[in-house]
Design a protein around this ligand. Structure first.
Ligand SMILES: Nc1nc2c(ncn2[C@@H]2O[C@H](COP(=O)(O)OP(=O)(O)OP(=O)(O)O)[C@@H](O)[C@H]2O)c(=O)[nH]1
Ligand SMILES: [Mg+2]
Length: 369
């Protein structure tokens, strides 16, 4: 393929049903956060606290998944993480088998949610025992909710300790988090700690729900588009990871992504903009389109990336490269929008930082299943 062909294709991504296959595949293999807890424990409230969505928006994406659980992907339009919300725990016949299966083969974390003032947790413990003995779920976080409903500090500490002991007797050592989503002052208590622990267990959570809030205007703009970029990166990675999807090449996803991002910044995606962006990114960017080497090998040749990539799969390399390209493009497009041409070094640095920053999330998606 000549460079001109490549440029033409990057400018006119067009409709390609094979791309949709990769998006669907990627969506079926999202990292899953499994919420387990009695009715009223605070599972939906936890999701709301993370996503900032109101209950109507959360409700929109619900779909029955197993008899006892519903699943919803987030964000609905360009999903990067899936919530599995277990119901019906209180039925004597609850069998966690189907829900365990629904998480199988995916990166996942189990969040056990217990209202601090509710000592009756035998249904949850029974389910937990079954999940433990399946050996399929490694990551578990115990979350005590509504801690400020117990006003007396001594009583609160005793209740939490009691729940923790019971969970440990089934699961082994746990490092719980105590929160109140509607604290006595009206605001949430312990949310940051919850986010930190979840983020340690599941990199995608740290990426999606880190509301650092202190960023520059440029970063805030990027954050609005971050899920979309991760969504494209996931599909690009899937096209590398799954032979049946291999008909579509990674640059096809990147083309669609760049086109969409440029539009978000009110810019027309055309040859001039593509050449400007690739000029700012430097030779390493152009190289990937003309080289016969796979992206994974290629990335290793670019100074500074080999160490990050190491033995990671081609899918991980494609995910990281696509994400970093999206991040750097946002930086570039923002500067253009403000009519302040960015220094090429800054664009390259943005690319490189993003590449390293997203690596753990890419591995979570492809290398730890
Ligand atoms: N004070 C206080 N109330 C909470 C907290 N978490 C949840 N609630 C309240 O408890 C009620 C039930 O919360 P949900 O999040 O709907 O519970 P759930 O686990 O999703 O329940 P099901 O959907 O029935 O399984 C709601 O009225 C919440 O506002 C908390 O940390 N503190
Ligand atoms: Mg609920």
């Amino acid at each position: 393929m000549s460079l001109l062909d490549v440029i033409t294709r990057l400018l006119n991504p067009g409709k390609n049903p094979d791309l949709d296959l990769a998006f669907h595949h990627s969506q079926r293999h999202l990292p899953v956060l499994w919420l387990l807890g009695k009715t009223g424990a605070g599972k939906s409230t936890l999701v709301q606290a993370l996503t900032g969505l109101d209950s109507i928006e959360i409700g929109k994406g619900f779909r029955p998944c197993t008899l006892t659980a519903v699943q919803y992907d987030h964000p609905a339009a360009t999903p990067v993480v899936s919530f599995l919300d277990t119901r019906g725990l209180a039925e004597a016949s609850y069998d966690a088998h189907d829900d365990i299966e629904a998480c199988q083969g995916k990166s996942h974390a189990l969040i056990v949610v217990m209202k601090a003032d509710d000592p009756e947790q035998s249904d949850v413990l029974r389910a937990l025992r079954q999940i433990r003995s399946s050996g399929r779920i490694r990551n578990m976080l115990l979350v005590h909710t509504g801690i400020e409903l117990l006003e007396d500090p001594g009583e609160r500490a005793r209740s939490i300790a009691h729940q923790q002991e019971r969970v440990q007797s089934v699961w082994g050592p746990v490092d719980p988090v105590a929160v109140d989503f509607i604290g006595s002052g009206g605001g949430p208590v312990g949310l940051e700690n919850l986010l930190d622990k979840l983020g340690d267990m599941m990199p995608v959570i740290a990426q999606m729900f880190d509301q650092a809030g202190h960023g520059s205007a440029e970063e805030k703009n990027f954050r609005k588009l971050k899920a979309e970029i991760m969504w494209y990166a996931g599909a690009a990675g899937a096209s590398d990871a799954v032979p049946a999807l291999g008909l579509v090449t990674v640059p096809s996803f990147q083309a669609k992504m760049l086109h969409s991002l440029a539009n978000h910044y009110g810019l027309a995606w055309n040859r001039k903009l593509l050449l400007e962006l690739s000029g700012a990114l430097g030779t390493s960017f152009g190289l990937q389109y003309v080289s016969r080497l796979g992206l994974q090998q290629l990335v290793k040749l670019i100074p500074g990336y080999g160490q990050t990539i190491g033995a990671a799969s081609a899918a991980v390399a494609s995910y990281c490269f696509t994400y970093a390209l999206g991040r750097a493009a946002c930086y570039y497009f923002y500067a253009k929008q403000c009519e302040r041409p960015p220094a090429p070094d800054e664009v390259k640095k943005t690319f490189k930082d993003a590449f390293n920053h997203i690596f753990a999330t890419a591995k979570e998606n492809f290398d730890e299943n």
